[in-house]
Design a protein around this ligand. Structure first.
Ligand SMILES: NC(=O)c1ccc[n+]([C@@H]2O[C@H](COP(=O)([O-])OP(=O)(O)OC[C@H]3O[C@@H](n4cnc5c(N)ncnc54)[C@H](OP(=O)(O)O)[C@@H]3O)[C@@H](O)[C@H]2O)c1
Length: 365
């Protein structure tokens, strides 16, 4: 199952709105076929793996990270392909909460005489499919708040200069992360101070598939020559009725989409409404790359699922540009404590990744 998870992870970000499933076919202790979901419209992981296995799939065991689907969608049911190939046993890491699948895939396999075991590698598969699971259960994307901060929690120096907080290795890692998500967002202040492209450039080269770029800009302050409106991918500016018509027309002339959303109590873009909109558009995962003011709103509204923090061994001092702004909590006991925390060293920086909710909550929805 570990190999199946690896295969799924390698195609994360290319299969949306389908889950990035990995599948391995094993016969007599040897892998005879393996595969991962192809981009939308292409075959699912089970079909790829079974085709590779060919006749060797007969009486083999199949390992798959997510319950095979039992219905006719864009592709024929995977359960039928498993039965037709003569697979003896199927190991399914997790069930699919999609109402069209939800236990039916497993039931169909069992009815056809395939021995099914559910749960092996369930934890790893739940991580792999975290965005898909969240989207299917709530209709909203899985939200990751990401920042690079100094030891004293600053994401920029006093002037707003933030190039660079993190070292080259951590920045390269951040670009890899951008290839695995459907959309990326920042606040308008970051556009004004930093003018980022918000594209995925792993190894310094633009990725083939770029995430949807989103700017939260309540009053229409994004300049029409901002890099985020330039080449590199689709862009959506989320604004409110407070933005001027003339500004909107100017942005739309660049080819970007402007979406007027309700405003929250503070007159800013209602982020819950934005997430609902993105969910309806089949955006499964959203990476929010700051700044601290936007992060604060997301945390206060309880909309963050995961945190990716790069901590650089630098000190800026002062009080400007914290990783998470706002009023903060009054007591340490009320701080957001991450779960399932993992750390890694990248050059001199440390990356800390963790979930805002305990695994029982996010895995079960
Ligand atoms: N090191 C890093 O990882 C990193 C990452 C990103 C940015 N930065 C740095 O951070 C600095 C900017 O950060 P910042 O915290 O000042 O600003 P920010 O979070 O980038 O932008 C905040 C602005 O977004 C707009 N916005 C729209 N809807 C919002 C909502 N619901 N909640 C909150 N804001 C909303 C607001 O302006 P309106 O009211 O006009 O809409 C708000 O003032 C820059 O210096 C940038 O270089 C560093």
């Amino acid at each position: 199952m570990r190999r199946a998870v690896e295969l799924g992870d390698a195609v994360l970000g290319t299969t949306s709105p389908n889950p990035s499933v990995g599948c391995v076919v094993v016969r007599e202790g040897r892998i005879v076929g393996e595969g991962a979901t192809r981009p939308p419209g292409g075959p699912h992981a089970e079909v790829v793996a079974l085709e590779r296995a060919g006749a060797a799939a007969r009486n083999a065991e199949l390992y798959v990270t997510l319950e095979p689907h039992a219905h006719h969608g864009r592709t024929p049911p995977c359960t039928a392909a498993i039965v037709a190939a003569g697979v003896r046993a199927a190991h399914v890491a997790i069930l699919d909460p999609n109402p069209a699948v939800a236990g039916r895939g497993v039931a169909q396999l069992r009815a056809a005489g395939v021995a099914v075991r559910v749960g092996d590698g369930g934890r790893e598969a739940a991580w792999l499919h975290e965005a898909y699971l969240k989207h299917r259960r709530t209709g909203r994307p899985f939200v990751t708040a990401k920042f690079a901060a100094t030891l004293d929690g600053k994401i920029a120096a006093a002037s707003g200069d933030s190039r660079w907080v993190a070292g080259a290795e951590a920045r390269a890692w951040a670009h890899e992360c951008r290839t695995k998500i459907d959309a990326i967002m920042c606040g308008v202040q970051t556009i004004l101070l930093d003018d980022p492209q918000l594209t995925a450039r792993p190894g310094g080269t633009p990725a083939k598939r770029q995430p949807l770029r989103i700017v939260a800009d309540s009053r229409g302050r994004t300049p029409p020559d901002a890099k985020v409106l330039g080449p590199g991918g689709p862009t959506l500016i989320a604004t409110t009725a407070a933005a001027a018509e003339g500004w909107r027309a100017g942005i739309e002339r660049t080819g970007a989409e402007v979406r007027v959303l309700p405003s929250d109590a503070g007159g800013r873009v209602d982020l819950a409404a934005l997430l609902r909109l993105l969910g309806e558009r089949d955006v499964l995962s959203l990476l929010v790359e700051g700044g601290g003011v936007l992060h604060a709103s997301l945390f206060v509204a309880g909309l963050v699922d995961k945190v990716q923090a790069i901590i650089a061994p630098k000190i800026v001092g002062g009080s400007a540009y914290p990783a998470v702004a706002g009023e903060g909590v009054a007591r340490m006991a009320d701080a957001v404590s991450l779960h399932e925390v993992e750390t890694q060293r990248l050059g001199d920086d440390v990356v800390i990744v963790g979930y805002v909710h305990a695994s029982e909550e996010w895995a079960q929805g």
